[in-house]
Design a protein around this ligand. Structure first.
Ligand code: 5GP
Length: 137
């Protein structure tokens, strides 16, 4: 995998405002935050997308994400927050090293804006795609 900016941060070649580190995970401030307290949480494993992560790395991230989210809320006083995880350029991923964003959402509406275009597929369509996804597990 090509050296991403997050790999350079992990290797100590680029500085960051570190919040947390353990054997498998690093959390630090986003350099261009959407809102105050915008935090990035990355695995040390160099995977591009979520589906490429090892179970151990995924478990390590899952173990620490809620604790980090609580800390972000406690430190900022944000009323709400979003956890965002982009995969692929088409899905707004710019850095190709897995990362979770914890983005505080404030009363003034600063934070992540979401366009949520719902559809209402017939039940057969939902059943069909559920079966297909389940068959790929
Ligand atoms: P993505 O769009 O890939 O989900 O988000 C990548 C994030 O990485 C962006 O929010 C961007 O601000 C952040 N970022 C890019 N380069 C750097 C950097 O050098 N340092 C830090 N701390 N964050 C970065």
């Amino acid at each position: 995998m090509a050296d991403t900016i997050f790999q350079k941060i992990l290797d100590g070649k680029v500085p960051c405002h570190k919040i947390y580190e353990d054997e498998n995970v690093l959390a630090f401030m986003d350099v261009n935050p959407i809102s105050l307290g915008h935090t990035l949480v990355i695995p040390k494993e160099p995977a591009k997308m979520l589906g490429e992560l090892s179970d151990d790395s995924a478990a390590a991230l899952g173990r620490v994400l809620p604790r980090l989210a609580r800390a972000v809320v406690a430190a900022t006083g944000a009323s709400s927050y979003n956890v965002l995880q982009n995969n692929g350029a088409h899905a707004h991923q710019a850095v190709f090293h897995v990362h979770f964003h914890i983005i505080p959402k404030y009363e003034d509406n600063s934070g992540l804006g979401i366009e949520w275009n719902i559809s209402e597929p017939p039940p057969e369509e939902l059943a069909g795609i559920a079966k297909k996804i389940a068959s790929k597990l």
